[in-house]
Write a protein that binds this ligand. Structure first.
Ligand code: 5AD
Ligand code: SF4
Length: 476
């Protein structure tokens, strides 16, 4: 029997890439590949790349420089190491990658992962294999389902892609070009995935998509289902105790989604709803097609349906033409909403996007780097203060925690609250997979510490699952 071949995947960027990395592992498992955390010993290294900002994109080339050295080292030892570039940089730059980095054997765009075995076979003949088409065929129906052992090893929380691509064309964003048009998976395929995950110990599902609340997948009767309807249905899958979804667009929040928060206890009261800016002038230039007031009204609809709901957002500072007044409008919006957390980024000009063209035509629109830095620091300070105060508010409360795994500290188990705050307790490992009430005693940086208020499960009982010995490696 031939020994298993070793596969190392390094993922950058969004949750979609984390999910896609798992699908690539599942696709290559029948080829005899097993995952390794050590790139040095791998027979195949896949860089699963992100193109959203210049910094993320440039990382690929510095990483490829390091891999070239590893590949040469392997060759000296008589081993062959193949290198593949996947993800959005692969999609956007295609053959350019093999020109800049001759060490690359395979370039594969996000719509073609089911073809990885074929591409590797082609690369074995010597020439690099490149596939960055947007095939009409649904890639999901061609990707193999994960094996029960793989699901169990990945723990009790899982992503499921329900929608991919984006038709919104925000003027700063490459996603519509790298991930293509909005496509929703059919309801039945998603339900099958969720049932398989639940049968193998998964308790929490996060439905993911670049524009997840634009979901309009086909139901059994040929009708399109909204995300709200899908959540309703998935809440009835035995074993599933928590449902989340990400990332949403403020324009696609329909009543069925609001009602899902009002009516379904499994739908967690934590919503990532990026607004990007608080200035109507900038929102218009970004082609967001909503105002700050529209966004606030949407937040109020959620809050009315579920008062304990909390929000996070993404912000871009230094969009071309952003003035101090525009930026203060952003700060004012953040102050008005009060977020549980948020990501903020400096605007990064992406080739081929309308905002990049705008700034090239009128260079006066560019916000100087020092101004961007200063605005980013001010925005982050405000968001950090809001996040700290949100986390501190948990002290003294008894909150429900879904326990995920053994923590680094012996005897401690870590889980997450409804708001994704990590919460640690001293407890036996068989609480993993259960939702239990925890009285929070303290906050250490971003992590809550507490004690079990009851060992009585709030959810249905379940068989114990295998527990990873340590906290899994997180993706950069
Ligand atoms: N520059 C800076 N940030 C960007 N994002 C998307 N494109 C850019 C860009 N060109 C941010 C947005 C988005 C998040 C995923 O990345 O805030 O919501
Ligand atoms: Fe990019 Fe805008 Fe689509 Fe989000 S909604 S993926 S920011 S184009």
């Amino acid at each position: 029997m031939t020994p298993p071949r070793k596969l190392h995947i390094k993922s950058y960027g969004c949750q979609m890439n984390v999910y896609d990395a798992q699908r690539m592992v599942d696709t290559l498992a029948p080829e005899g590949f097993v995952e390794t955390a050590d790139a040095n010993e791998a027979d195949l290294v896949i860089l699963n790349t992100c193109h959203i900002r210049e910094k993320a994109s440039e990382k690929v080339f510095s990483e490829l420089g390091r891999l070239r050295v590893m590949k040469e080292e392997a060759a000296r030892e008589g081993r062959e190491m193949k290198i593949a570039v996947a993800g959005c940089v692969a999609q956007a730059e295609g053959a350019e990658i093999t020109r800049r980095a001759s060490t690359v054997d395979v370039v594969v765009g996000p719509q073609s992962y089911h073809n990885l075995p074929k591409l590797l076979a082609k690369a074995r003949t010597g020439a690099p294999a490149i596939e960055t088409e947007f095939p009409i065929q649904d890639k999901f129906s061609s990707l193999p389902a994960p094996k029960p052992a793989a699901i169990r090893a990945r723990g009790i929380s899982s992503f499921v892609t329900v929608q991919e691509g984006c038709d919104k064309f925000c003027t700063f964003c490459v996603v519509p070009y790298t991930r293509g048009m909005e496509v929703s998976r059919p309801v039945a395929a998603i339900v099958d995935d969720v049932k398989r995950l639940a049968d193998n110990g998964v308790r929490e599902i996060t439905l993911i998509g670049q524009n997840v609340n634009a979901y309009h997948g086909e139901g059994a009767n040929g009708q399109a289902w909204s995300l709200g309807r899908l959540l309703h249905h998935l809440a009835s899958v035995p074993g599933i105790v928590r449902l989340r979804y990400s990332t949403s667009h403020p324009r696609d929040v329909d009543d069925s989604l609001i009602e899902a928060h009002r009516d379904i206890p499994a739908v967690m009261p934590f919503v990532h709803l990026p607004v990007q800016s608080g200035s109507d002038r900038i929102l218009a230039a970004m082609n967001r097609k909503h105002t700050a007031a529209d966004y606030i009204r949407t937040i109020e609809r959620f809050r009315k349906a579920s008062p304990k709901i909390a929000f996070s957002s993404d912000f871009i500072v230094g969009f071309p033409g952003e003035t101090e007044q525009d930026f203060s409008d952003t700060l004012a919006l953040v102050t008005q909403i009060s977020y549980a957390g948020a990501y903020s980024f400096k605007y990064s000009s992406r080739p081929g996007t309308p905002a990049a063209d705008m700034q090239e035509t009128d260079t006066a629109l560019a916000v100087p780097a020092a101004v961007m830095d200063e605005r980013l620091a001010r925005l982050q300070a405000l968001i950090d203060a809001q996040q700290a105060s949100f986390n501190r508010a948990a002290i003294g409360q008894t909150v429900e925690v879904l326990f995920e795994r053994a923590a680094h500290e012996p005897g401690q188990i870590v889980g997450r609250t409804a708001y994704l705050q990590p919460a640690h307790v001293m407890a036996p490992a068989d609480i993993i997979g259960q939702v239990l009430p925890v009285t929070i005693d303290s906050l250490e940086r971003y992590s809550l510490k507490g004690r079990l208020a009851s060992t009585h499960a709030a959810d249905t009982s379940r068989a114990p699952i295998s527990i990873p010995a340590t906290e899994p490696e997180t993706f950069a």
